[in-house]
Write a protein that binds this ligand. Structure first.
Ligand SMILES: [Fe+2]
Ligand SMILES: [Fe+2]
Length: 353
């Protein structure tokens, strides 16, 4: 295979990239040759600009390009657009992207107007083209999408199905998942969000997937690859520190629970303290104080505030800091060490961090 030339991958569809030596991150632009309304897909950065232009010129004049698809805002696919625009030199050149990408993409100093897919029912049926755009939000960009070329059943998948590695195969082998694994683990935000995107993709009748990185995937590999991808743990869940914090905050937001430490948590709805499934019995005053402190997590609460809260029905009662000190001492015996910290002369703080 001669990578110095454009490589036809489907009827009227060409790979027009270049092989970047010693770069595990190969970037692939494509051309849909379509007469006066040809389409450039993720044209790349200035690293590849000369090679890409040379390959386009071997297929058609630059002025034949009417559309440039940018599947998201990253420089490895979009940085060369201003230079491409100058060579294309067409007033009716349109940048096809999602409206959520435009505020970022415009910083490349792109001059052309945008064809925002979400304003056009995620479809382009014009000039003999039939392109369907499928949004894949947060994989890995908020406005990310993929493009399904309906005539050849080719999916231009942007970063999804990308692979990285020491060596590079133009067409994916059966072990491609191993090359795709690291890239997706690092770039896709989480398994559930990634699975949402995969579910929208897998219903398409695809003969070929042309990703922006890695290898082109032929039909026999598509379904097995998607199945393996579905089971992949990725993004925020990969690092233990993030994973645990995320699970805690998820559970707090879903169950109105505040995790303290060592399996101890406060149930806001029932105003009760638990260690795993067992309730830690609190006396009435202890419960009142914990209700107050858990409503002001990580903020200092003064002894006077605690006192007033405890005895709000007895406004004439004299403040006693000793009473608060001994009450806090009793509560501390029931919760993990250092959960309630003293701020000398100020009050107390219930810390979860
Ligand atoms: Fe990207
Ligand atoms: Fe990319």
């Amino acid at each position: 295979m001669n990578f110095k030339e454009a490589i036809k991958i489907a009827d009227h569809i060409y790979w027009i990239g270049m092989y970047l030596e010693n770069d595990p991150f190969q970037c692939h632009p494509y051309l849909i040759e379509n007469g006066d309304a040809s389409v450039l897909v993720d044209p790349g950065s200035m690293l590849e600009f000369d090679a890409v232009v040379e390959k386009i010129n071997a297929l058609c004049a630059m002025s034949k390009i009417k559309y440039i698809i940018l599947h998201h805002q990253d420089p490895d696919l979009a940085a060369s657009v201003p230079a491409m625009e100058k060579l294309i030199d067409r007033e009716d050149l349109r940048i096809i992207t999602h409206s959520r990408m435009v505020p970022l993409i415009k910083h490349y100093l792109i001059r052309s107007e945008y064809y925002e897919i979400d304003r056009y029912a995620h479809r382009l049926q014009a000039d003999g083209l039939d392109l369907q755009f499928i949004t894949t939000p947060y994989c890995h960009s908020p406005g990310a999408f993929v493009t399904y070329e309906r005539k050849t059943k080719t999916l231009f998948s942007g970063d999804i199905f990308g692979g990285i590695g020491e060596s590079w195969d133009f067409y994916a082998e059966d072990d491609y998942f191993e090359r795709a694994r690291q890239f997706h683990a690092e770039y896709m935000p989480s398994r559930d969000i990634f699975n949402y995107a995969l579910k929208k993709i897998e219903v398409l009748d695809m003969t070929l997937i042309a990703p922006q990185h890695g290898s082109i995937i032929k039909k026999p590999q598509i379904s097995p690859l998607i199945e393996q991808m579905k089971a992949l743990e990725c993004g925020l869940y990969l690092e233990d520190g993030y994973r645990n914090e995320l699970l805690v905050s998820l559970s707090e937001s879903q169950s109105h629970t505040l995790y303290l430490k060592e399996g101890v948590y406060w149930d806001y709805d029932r105003r009760k303290l638990f260690w795993h499934d067992s309730e830690i019995v609190l006396k009435p005053k202890e419960r009142i104080v914990l209700t107050l402190l858990t409503s002001k997590v990580n903020h200092t609460v003064s002894s006077i505030e605690i006192f007033n809260h405890l005895y709000e029905d007895q406004p004439n009662r004299d403040f006693s800091s000793d009473a608060i000190t001994s009450l806090i001492k009793r509560i501390r015996q029931k919760i993990p060490q250092d959960t309630i910290k003293s701020c000398y002369g100020v009050g107390y703080i219930l810390e979860t961090k």
